[in-house]
Design a binder for this molecule. Structure first.
Ligand SMILES: Cc1ncc(COP(=O)(O)O)c(C=O)c1O
Length: 258
């Protein structure tokens, strides 16, 4: 395995160094009887150190660096009303002295008061973000467009839902390097990486990063939003965009790793 190849690949991209990295890898004890079952380790990306942590810090380090390099002053993003991604985007914008507007949509069947005013919404406001509640994703697009016109389109950088585009995926390419270095240091060889997958950037970034390092550890994604075939298709699409837009290697065997 060659984690240094990932480091060389990432050198051409700017990164806002805000998160606390590397996050630890801890062995879970007590999950299986010691003599049966696999050893399970957890990569503590809840400890990424930005606005209560979470996996979006890694993506936002590259997305916000891109926005700043290109002179944008306002960040837009979207998600559900209690979106962790929106909360982390608001924290990142505050940290980097950028304005932030969040276009949030309700999730059906959620309780009213705390859902609308508390938790991440409260944090979004404390981080100084403006919240704009939209009925659905269609309305998000319309209102973002209108608001971008008001502010001047040249000022507005749109972070996609979940921070998942090729630039955001760089964060998880870098995470692959971190995992490989930690595995070398600890003398542990991981048989598989298992993650939650939703907007796809985490899985695409890890798969692309491992490919760059010449490692074929499978990355299994578990999705609560859609079925496996549809999700695999979306991850593949993002991997293809990564090849086109940021120059990750093309690899026809990728699907076997999903
Ligand atoms: C802890 C955690 N892991 C993984 C994911 C999925 O990441 P992605 O949206 O990049 O597919 C999420 C999504 O919010 C998450 O919160």
């Amino acid at each position: 395995m060659f984690p240094e190849k990932i480091e060389a690949f990432l050198q051409k991209f700017e990164r806002a160094t805000v998160g606390h990295f590397p996050t630890p890898i801890e062995k879970l004890s007590g999950t299986f009887p010691a003599s049966s079952g696999p050893n399970v380790y957890i990569k503590r990306d809840d400890c990424t150190g930005l606005g209560l942590g979470g996996n979006k810090t890694r993506k936002l380090e590259y997305l916000i660096a891109d926005a700043m390099k290109r002179g944008y002053t306002t960040i837009f993003t979207t998600g559900g009303i209690q979106s962790n991604h929106a909360r982390q985007t608001a924290a990142m914008a505050a940290k980097c002295n950028l304005d932030c507007e969040l276009f949030l949509t309700p999730v059906a069947g959620t309780p009213e008061r705390n859902y609308k005013d508390n938790g991440n919404v409260l944090l979004d406001e404390l981080f100084g973000a403006k919240i704009r509640i939209c009925e659905d994703e269609k309305q998000v697009d319309v209102r973002m467009e209108e608001r971008a016109q008001e502010l001047g389109a040249d000022n507005v950088y749109i972070v996609p839902i979940g921070g998942s585009n090729p630039i955001g995926s760089l964060g998880y390419i870098r995470c692959a390097q971190e995992i490989l270095e930690q595995s070398q240091q600890a003398g542990i060889s991981f048989d598989a990486i298992v993650i939650a997958t939703g907007s796809c950037g985490t899985q695409a970034g890890l798969v692309a990063g491992l490919e760059i390092a010449g490692v074929n550890t499978p990355v299994y994604g578990y999705c609560v939003s859609r079925d496996g075939d549809e999700q695999a298709g979306l991850v593949m699409e993002l991997l293809e965009r990564c090849s086109e837009e940021i120059g990750t290697p093309e690899n026809p065997h990728r699907l076997s790793a999903l």
